[in-house]
Design a protein around this ligand. Structure first.
Ligand code: C5P
Length: 305
């Protein structure tokens, strides 16, 4: 079976020409191009037409503008994004369930009116550049008693995973197609949200690569084995001396990981690929209120209004 290359390449550059050069040089090496705020703020939405004129169609474009506003405003933005003709766009889960629902419904309505395939709408859970300390400064985790089940060696990482999982759960409740999360949360989110829920992970770095401003990272192989559908990989490809060769090397690692993933082994988000290979049977015992992956399940009582 031929599957779409899971690499999503962010066109994180500041001009139409740079974006086009990058896209054309990597057209055969990645699956989807991500158009984000740097590019749109630099050259406007005409970049979408330019890409389309060069054979990069709507099903290869992820519009990453992370909408976050009141439901009415985000719904209107979602309808407009749908009119642009893209494969996928995103909203912040922290905008709340009514906002996420409004985005998805407006997009579906607009797509039906135009007679086009509705874009996928996914929610951004916790940015991969934020870790426990950064989130605490922002006011999260004020009550450690809200996390009674922590038994990880690293309870701080577990709390961050719990927060991301809760956002993912709300995104699913709102009817979104999936989420953007760190590779550290894949196992828990897959377990809680099911096999059809799209998991898109930035924070992906080949072994030994510079992590830059990303804090919660894993390798492409690990992210695939843990169950990611798409990997957003920017600087390790864009800044490489030979971006096409870097994309090929990462694709080869992904292909190998897909073979492992389909071998039916059980993996754990806390394990690295090498640990999984050494100890494929290990997985944490299930406890009440706790997913197999060791992350506390979203507290239903806290989430209900
Ligand atoms: O260069 P790098 O691989 O770190 O690029 C990651 C891309 O994914 C950037 O375009 C960034 O905006 C985006 N992103 C992210 N973390 C999220 C959501 C999106 O890094 N949670």
């Amino acid at each position: 079976m031929k599957v779409k290359n899971p690499i999503i390449l962010p066109l994180d550059v500041d001009s139409e020409q740079k974006a086009l050069d990058l896209a054309l040089s990597l057209k055969d090496g990645v699956g989807v191009f991500k158009v984000g705020m740097e590019l749109v703020n630099s050259c406007g939405y005409r970049i979408l037409d330019t890409l389309k004129e060069h054979g990069i169609g709507p099903d290869e474009i992820f519009l990453d503008l992370k909408y976050h506003d009141i439901p009415n405003t985000v719904a209107a933005a979602a309808a407009a994004a749908t009119r642009l003709g893209v494969w996928m766009f995103n909203v912040h889960c922290s905008g709340g369930v009514p906002m996420m629902k409004a985005a998805k419904e407006a997009s579906l309505k607009q797509a039906a009116e135009l007679g086009i395939t509705p874009p996928k709408v996914i929610g951004v859970t916790v940015l991969t550049s934020l870790d426990y300390q950064a989130l605490q400064v922002m006011g999260f985790f004020q009550d450690p008693n809200a996390y009674p089940h922590l038994h990880f060696d690293n309870p701080e990482a577990c709390m961050v995973q719990g927060l991301a999982l809760n956002f993912a759960y709300l995104a699913k409740e709102a009817g979104l197609d999936g989420v953007v999360c760190s590779p550290h949360e894949i196992t828990a989110i897959r377990e809680a949200c099911g096999p059809d829920f799209l998991i898109v992970t930035p924070g992906v770095r080949p072994a030994g690569a510079d992590v830059n401003d990303q804090k919660r990272v894993k390798t492409p192989g690990e992210a695939i084995i843990l169950g990611a559908d798409h990997l957003v990989i920017g600087r390790p490809i864009i800044k490489a001396d030979d971006p096409a060769a870097a994309a090929r090397a990462i694709t080869a690692e992904i292909e190998e990981a897909l073979c492992v993933r389909h071998s039916g082994l059980v993996f754990d988000a806390t394990q690295t690929l090498s640990e999984v290979e050494r100890d494929p049977e290990s997985s944490k015992p299930e406890e009440p209120g706790m997913l197999k992956s060791g992350v506390p399940f979203p507290n239903e009582d806290l989430r209900r209004p």
